[in-house]
Design a binder for this molecule. Structure first.
Ligand SMILES: [Mn+2]
Length: 427
C-alpha cells in the first residue's frame, strides 16, 4: 500500500526537507511504496537545494482525498463496442460479474451489458454475432467521474440498487468499474506527518487517511488513534534534526545529497542557530551531517540566501528604492534605505554600483546625503554605505570597514538605531 510523507500546508523548507529525507530513510528500512509530497507550492529556497544536489523535489499535491479513480477495480473488464455479442457474453461469464460496462468506439460509456436485458432479445432475434453496441444495453443511473471525492458519493452509491458503477474521466471516456464493495474498504493509501501534527495544518483530506507515523517538534494536538502509531517528538529547532537522529538510531548514513537536504532544513528553521528555539541537538546533528555532505552549513545557508537576495535579483537603483525613506531634519534633506541580505558578501560585490546609484538619487532628489543600511537579520548585524555630506559621516559612531563601508554590529533598526545617530550627527 502506498504511503505518503507530508509536511504542513504553506510548506516551509524544514517541512519539505524532513519529508524528503524521511522517505529516503523509510525506503532503506524496508517500506516499499513511499513518496514524499509537498502540500503546496515548493518554497524557492527548497527548490534551490534540490537543484544544488541534483535531486528531484517532492511532487506538489494539493490534497489526499480518496477519489473514485482510486477505487477502480482493474480486474473487471471493459467490453469494446465492436466485440461480437457472443464474445462479450463469454467475457461477462468469465468475469464472474453480473454486468460489464461497454465502451463506444470514441471511448465514451455506452451502457451496461447484463443478461437480464438480453432475454427478450434472444427470444425474438437471437443473433449473437452482431456487435455488442447493437444489442440492448441497460443505461446506468449513477455514472461516476474519476475525480469525484469518495466521501461525497459514498452514501448515494451504497443506497443504489446496482453493484457496479462505470467510471468516466472529465472528457466522458469510460475508464472502468467501481464495485459497491469498494466503498466499504479502507483508503488505498496512508500517511506519515512531518513538522506538524494538527490536522487543521495538514494537507486537505488528511482526516480521511490513516496516519501511521508522526515526526514533529511542535505542540501536540493530535487526535486519538485507533491503533498504535510511531510518534517521534522532541523540543528541538528543526524536524530535520529528528530525522537525522532517526538515521543514526537506525544505523544508516544518509548520502551526501540527503545530508545536505537535512542541513538545509536545520539551518533554515533555526536561522543558522540564531533562533531561540535552537538546541545542542540541532548543532550536533548538523555537524555530523556536514562531515557526510562535505559542505558547511554556512555554505548551504548562503546558497539559499542568494535565492532571496535583493542585490542578486534587482539592479542597484531598484534595490535602493525598494525600501527608502526621505527625512528632513535640522535643515537637511536625506534618504535612508534599508535592504535585508542574509549574505553580506552580496553587498560587498555590489558596492560600486550601489554608490553610483546613490549619487544619482542624491542629485535627482536634491538630497544632502544618503545612507544605505544593509542588514543581515540572521547574524544580527548591519553595514552602512554612505554618500554625501562628509561632516555627518565623520560624526557617526561606526567603525570603518573595507570598501568605504561602516560596520554596525548588533544594529538592526533604521528607525530606532540608525536615525537617532544621524540626528545626533547633524546636531
Ligand atoms: Mn519546523
Amino acid at each position: 500500500m502506498k504511503t505518503y510523507i507530508c509536511g504542513h500546508r504553506n510548506p516551509d523548507t524544514d517541512s519539505v526537507m524532513s519529508a524528503y529525507a524521511l522517505a529516503d530513510l523509510r525506503r532503506r528500512t524496508g517500506m516499499a511504496d513511499v513518496e514524499a509530497i509537498c502540500a503546496g507550492r515548493l518554497p524557492a529556497k527548497a527548490k534551490w537545494v534540490f537543484e544544488h544536489y541534483g535531486l528531484t523535489p517532492p511532487r506538489v499535491k494539493r490534497d489526499v482525498y480518496v477519489r473514485v479513480r482510486h477505487l477502480i477495480d482493474h480486474g473487471v473488464p471493459v467490453i469494446e463496442a465492436e466485440t461480437s455479442l457472443v464474445d462479450a457474453l463469454r467475457q461477462l461469464e468469465a468475469s464472474g460479474q453480473s454486468s460489464l460496462p461497454v465502451r463506444a468506439r470514441d471511448g465514451s460509456f455506452l451502457g451496461m451489458l447484463s443478461p437480464a436485458k438480453l432475454l427478450n432479445f434472444f427470444l425474438t432475434k437471437g443473433d449473437v454475432t452482431i456487435p455488442t453496441a447493437r444489442a440492448p444495453l441497460h443505461k446506468c443511473a449513477q455514472v461516476l467521474n474519476e475525480n469525484d471525492p469518495v466521501h461525497d458519493i459514498r452514501t448515494s452509491a451504497i443506497r443504489n440498487p446496482h453493484n457496479h458503477f462505470p467510471v468516466v474521466d472529465e472528457a466522458g471516456r469510460l475508464l472502468g468499474t467501481v464495485l459497491k464493495s469498494a466503498f466499504a474498504e479502507e483508503p488505498p493509501f496512508r500517511i506519515i506527518l512531518v513538522d506538524h501534527n494538527e490536522s487543521e495544518q495538514g494537507i486537505p483530506g488528511v482526516d480521511e487517511v490513516p496516519v501511521i507515523e508522526v515526526v514533529d517538534h511542535h505542540r501536540i494536538a493530535f487526535a486519538a488513534t485507533k491503533e498504535p502509531i510511531r510518534y517521534t517528538a522532541d523540543v528541538v529547532g528543526s524536524t530535520c534534526t529528528l530525522v537525522a537522529r532517526m538515521y543514526r538510531a537506525a544505523g544508516e548514513r544518509p548520502t551526501r545529497e540527503v545530508a545536505g537536504v537535512l542541513i538545509a532544513g536545520i539551518v533554515s528553521d533555526t536561522l543558522m542557530f540564531q533562533s531561540p528555539t535552537t538546541t545542542d541537538a540541532d548543532r550536533s546533528m548538523c555537524s555530523w551531517l556536514e562531515k557526510i555532505s562535505g559542505e558547511s552549513a554556512e555554505a548551504v545557508m548562503d546558497g539559499m540566501a542568494a535565492i532571496s537576495s535583493p542585490l542578486q535579483s534587482m539592479d542597484a537603483d531598484q534595490a535602493l528604492q525598494s525600501d527608502a525613506k526621505v527625512y528632513n531634519e535640522a535643515g537637511r534633506k536625506f534618504m535612508l534605505a534599508q535592504i535585508e541580505e542574509t549574505n553580506l558578501e552580496f553587498f560587498h560585490q555590489h558596492i560600486e554600483e550601489l554608490a553610483a546609484a546613490m549619487d544619482r538619487a542624491i542629485k535627482s532628489n536634491s538630497l544632502d546625503f544618503m545612507a544605505l543600511m544593509v542588514t543581515d537579520p540572521v547574524r544580527g548585524n548591519s553595514e552602512l554605505l554612505y554618500r554625501g555630506l562628509e561632516s555627518v559621516r565623520r560624526a557617526l559612531p561606526y567603525r570603518k570597514g573595507g570598501g568605504g563601508i561602516l560596520k554596525m554590529p548588533g544594529v538592526l533598526s533604521r528607525k530606532k538605531q540608525l536615525l537617532p545617530e544621524i540626528i545626533a550627527a547633524l546636531g
